[in-house]
Design a protein around this ligand. Structure first.
Ligand code: FAD
Length: 419
C-alpha cells in the first residue's frame, strides 16, 4: 500500500514538474517572440526615424537651395522676455514661404549700423521649426562695462530696431541640432542666453516627439535673468516624459528652492549625477565657455561617449577639440610656419602664439571678414592657395574644398592664403 502511494506521489510530482516545464517553455518561447518583435519594432522605428530625418534634411536642403544669399525679413513683433533680453519675430518681406530648419540651427544677420559700419552676427532660432510662418530669435544685450564697450549688434537690435524694420538674413544653418530619434532619451542644457537653441529643441520635441524622455537643465544667475519660465513649466506639466530643472547660481534673497528654482548652484556633473537616473543620454549643451568646457570634459569622465555630446558656443570662446595650444619649446619649434597673405602681400610667422589664422592676420594689421569668430557663420572663408590647415574647433559652417575658415584654423605647415 505504502509503495502504491509512493508510486502515485512520484508520478504526480513528475507530472507537476513536466507541466511546470511546459509552462516555463511556453512562457520563454512567448517572451522570446515578444523580444524579437520588440527588436524588430525598435529597428523599424530607428530606421523610419533616420529615414524621416534624412527626408527632413533633404527637404531643408531643397528649400534652402531656393534661398542661399541675403533675404529681406521684416520684424513683425518684438517681445521683452526679461531685462536686457528681447525676442524678435521675423517674417519674410516677400511674403513667400520660409524654409524649415533643424532645431538648434541659427540665422546669420547682416546689420548696417547707424555709424555706417556693416557687421555680421549669428543668432539661434529660439522656437520650434514646426512653427511655419515666422522665425524667432532671442537676443541678450551686451551692456558696456568698465573696460569694454557695449556689444554692437545686440545694442543695435535692442536700441535701434523697431517693429516693421527690415533686416538682411541668410538661411538657417549650423551643425548643432537635435538628432531625431524618439527612442533616445535626451538631456538639454542651456546656460544663460545659451538656452535659445535648446529651447527650440525642447519646443520641437514637445510638438513632434512628445513621448521622448527629455530633461532640460537651465542655468542662470537668478530670476531676473531667466526667460521662458512659464512656457517651460507649462510644457513640463503637459508632458509626463519631460523634467525641467532650473538652477540659480546666485538666488535672490527670499527666493524659494522648489518654487523659484530647483537647485541652488551652477549646472555641474554633480547636479547631473544627482538628478539623472544614468549617464545613458544624448547631451546637447549651449552656454558660457566655462560651463561648456567643464561639462564636456566631466561628461567624458562619466563615460558618456563623445558621439553623444553635442555643443555650441556663442562666439570666439568655442570649446576646443583635441588640438590644444602647446607650450613646450620643442612644440613651439614645430609650430614655426610661414603664412603668406598673397593678395595683401604680407608674410607672417606662425609661432603658435595666436589662436587662429584670423588672429594672426589681425595682428599683422589685416582686416578680414569675420562674423561669429567661431566657425559657424562661414563669413571668414578664405581660399588656400598652397599648404594645409588644421581645425582647432568643430566648425558649424562647411567651406568648399580648397578653402578654410580662418577664424578656427591654424596652419599645418607653410601656407599661402588668398587674402
Ligand atoms: C551660432 C551662434 C548663435 C548665437 N545665438 C545667440 C542667441 O540666440 N542670442 C544671443 O543673444 N546671442 C547669440 N549669439 C551671440 C551673438 O552672435 C553675438 O556674438 C552677441 O550678440 C554679441 O555681439 P555684439 O555685436 O553685441 O557684441 P560685440 O560688439 O561683438 O562685442 C562682444 C564683446 O566684446 C567686447 N568688445 C567689443 N569691442 C571690444 C574692444 N575693442 N576691446 C575689448 N572688448 C571689446 C564687448 O564689450 C562685448 O563684451 C550667437 C552666436 C553664435 C556664434
Amino acid at each position: 500500500m505504502v509503495q502504491v502511494i509512493e508510486i502515485l506521489g512520484i508520478t504526480a510530482l513528475t507530472l507537476a514538474i513536466l507541466q511546470g516545464l511546459m509552462v516555463c517553455t511556453s512562457f520563454w518561447r512567448k517572451r522570446r517572440e515578444e523580444i524579437s518583435l520588440l527588436r524588430l519594432r525598435e529597428s523599424y522605428l530607428q530606421e523610419s526615424a533616420s529615414q524621416a530625418y534624412r527626408q527632413a534634411q533633404q527637404e531643408i536642403e531643397r528649400q534652402q537651395s531656393v534661398w542661399q544669399d541675403w533675404r529681406k525679413f521684416e520684424i513683425d513683433r518684438i517681445v521683452t522676455e526679461a531685462q536686457g533680453i528681447k525676442s524678435f519675430y521675423l517674417k519674410p518681406h516677400d511674403g513667400k514661404e520660409i524654409p524649415t530648419f533643424l532645431p538648434g540651427q541659427f540665422l546669420t544677420f547682416r546689420l548696417n549700423l547707424p555709424s555706417g559700419q556693416s557687421i555680421i552676427r549669428c543668432y539661434s532660432l529660439s522656437d520650434a521649426p514646426e512653427v511655419k510662418d515666422y522665425y524667432r530669435v532671442t537676443i541678450k544685450q551686451i551692456p558696456a562695462s568698465e573696460d569694454k564697450p557695449a556689444g554692437l549688434a545686440s545694442s543695435y537690435f535692442h536700441e535701434c530696431l523697431s517693429e516693421g524694420d527690415i533686416l538682411d538674413v541668410k538661411p538657417p544653418s549650423g551643425q548643432f541640432y537635435l538628432q531625431r530619434d524618439p527612442q533616445r532619451p535626451v538631456v538639454l542644457i542651456g546656460g544663460g542666453i545659451g538656452l535659445t537653441p535648446v529651447l527650440s529643441m525642447l519646443n520641437s520635441i514637445c510638438t513632434s516627439e512628445p513621448e521622448r524622455e527629455t530633461w532640460l537643465f537651465y542655468g542662470i544667475k537668478n530670476k531676473d535673468e531667466q526667460i521662458a519660465i512659464q512656457t517651460l513649466r507649462k510644457q513640463e506639466a503637459q508632458h509626463k516624459n519631460l523634467r525641467v530643472i532650473i538652477c540659480h547660481s546666485q538666488p535672490l534673497q527670499g527666493g524659494v528652492e522648489g518654487e523659484d528654482f530647483d537647485i541652488a548652484g551652477r549646472i555641474s556633473l554633480a547636479v547631473l549625477q544627482q538628478t539623472l537616473p544614468s549617464s545613458n543620454y544624448q547631451f546637447y549643451i549651449c552656454g558660457p565657455d566655462t560651463m561648456m568646457s567643464g561639462l564636456t570634459e566631466q561628461l567624458s569622465n562619466w563615460q558618456v561617449p563623445e558621439t553623444d555630446v553635442f555643443f555650441e558656443a556663442f562666439g570666439p570662446s568655442s570649446v576646443r577639440t583635441s588640438v590644444k595650444k602647446s607650450t613646450s619649446a620643442s612644440d613651439q619649434a614645430h609650430q614655426q610656419h610661414k603664412v603668406t597673405f598673397a593678395r595683401s602681400g604680407i608674410t607672417a610667422q606662425w609661432s603658435g602664439q595666436q589662436d587662429s589664422l584670423l588672429e594672426l592676420a589681425e595682428a599683422e594689421g589685416l582686416t578680414l571678414n569675420a562674423g561669429c569668430r567661431a566657425g559657424n557663420c562661414g563669413t571668414c572663408v578664405v581660399a588656400v592657395k598652397e599648404g594645409n590647415v588644421d581645425y582647432i574647433t568643430v566648425a558649424g559652417a562647411r567651406p568648399e574644398q580648397g578653402s578654410c575658415l580662418v577664424c578656427v584654423c591654424k596652419p599645418k605647415g607653410d601656407i599661402v592664403l588668398d587674402a
